[in-house]
Design a protein around this ligand. Structure first.
Ligand SMILES: [Mg+2]
Length: 293
């Protein structure tokens, strides 16, 4: 069984749905049912007895772009675990790029960040290189940066609050830094934070990091360990946008790529490119009347 849930511009749904169903059938993926999901009226659910999920996503992409979608082999349910990336997923910025601006190095550091998130650079060496460039910056620049630059993306608070209200455990896992992630987690309501620690001495950054690095394998491990702690057969949700989120997106029951780099989007079974983060709630079938904030 394959189930696709889709949110897109109403006009494109009206004009393209029949064509998309015909294209699916043309590829041997007969559609058993296509209907609006009960509730808020803007999620279309397409059910197929058999089919290739990657092919289904590609065909939906070809007909409805931009869209939000989730493709699974079962009727999606409310997850018991939510693990999310922070930078460019829960907040609209890359913290290290914004912080670099306070050192007059934004262009140089942002270029390295972009290439790392596209999956073109080794994550750890790219991280150490950028942190090294920040040597000598005052720790006070971090709180200034937080106050002046760092903002949650649309729907982030509602997503976290609603999942928690549904009994879901929430974990923020970032290749960025606790200096930023701890206050962001508190603001958004995450229960646990896993991230990297900037080394500080005498009120300035030393250019080094403390302890082990949180990279893509740690993100995956956090999701797996948290899931194991909650019991067998639980459903998990992960959201992320970068190459270092790929293993976490792949192991989650619902891996949702948020306005993501192409490699991360391809590795996920869901994607948000049309609406805000509350689309995740819609795709999971949580009606707006149950949303919390
Ligand atoms: Mg990110």
């Amino acid at each position: 069984m394959l189930i696709a849930r889709l949110i897109a511009e109403k006009a494109s749904l009206e004009s393209q749905l029949d064509a998309a169903i015909a294209a699916l059938e043309g590829e041997g993926m007969a559609v058993a049912m296509a209907r609006l999901l009960e509730g808020d009226g803007d999620v279309v659910q397409i059910s197929l007895p058999v089919g290739d999920p990657a092919r289904l996503r590609a065909l939906l992409d070809a007909h409805f772009s931009p869209s939000d979608m989730l493709v699974t082999d079962h009727e999606p349910r409310v997850p018991q675990l939510f693990v999310s990336d922070m930078d460019s997923t829960m907040i609209g910025q890359e913290c290290i790029d914004e912080l670099a601006d306070y050192a007059g190095l934004k262009d140089k550091i942002a270029d390295i960040t972009e290439r790392a998130m596209q999956g073109e650079l080794d994550f750890e060496s790219a991280l150490r290189e950028r942190v090294g460039l920040l040597e000598g910056l005052s720790e006070g620049a971090i709180s200034q940066c937080l106050a002046e630059r760092i903002r949650p993306v649309e729907g982030a608070r509602t997503l976290v609050a609603t999942l928690r209200a549904q009994g879901c455990r929430t974990v923020l896992v970032t290749g960025g830094f606790h200096h930023f992630a701890d206050p962001v987690a508190e603001m958004l309501g995450f229960e646990r934070v896993v991230g990297n620690r900037l080394d500080v001495s005498g009120g300035t950054l030393t250019g080094g990091l403390v302890g082990a690095i949180t990279d893509s394998s740690v993100k995956q491990k956090v999701l797996e360990e948290e899931a194991a702690g909650l019991g067998a057969g639980i459903a998990s949700l992960a959201t992320g946008d970068g190459a270092n989120d790929i293993p976490m997106l792949e192991v989650a029951t619902y891996g949702v790529a948020y306005r993501a780099k192409p490699k991360a989007r391809a590795a996920a079974n869901g994607s948000i490119d049309f609406g805000d983060l509350t689309s995740v709630l819609k795709l999971l079938g949580i009606p707006e009347s149950d949303w919390a904030s």
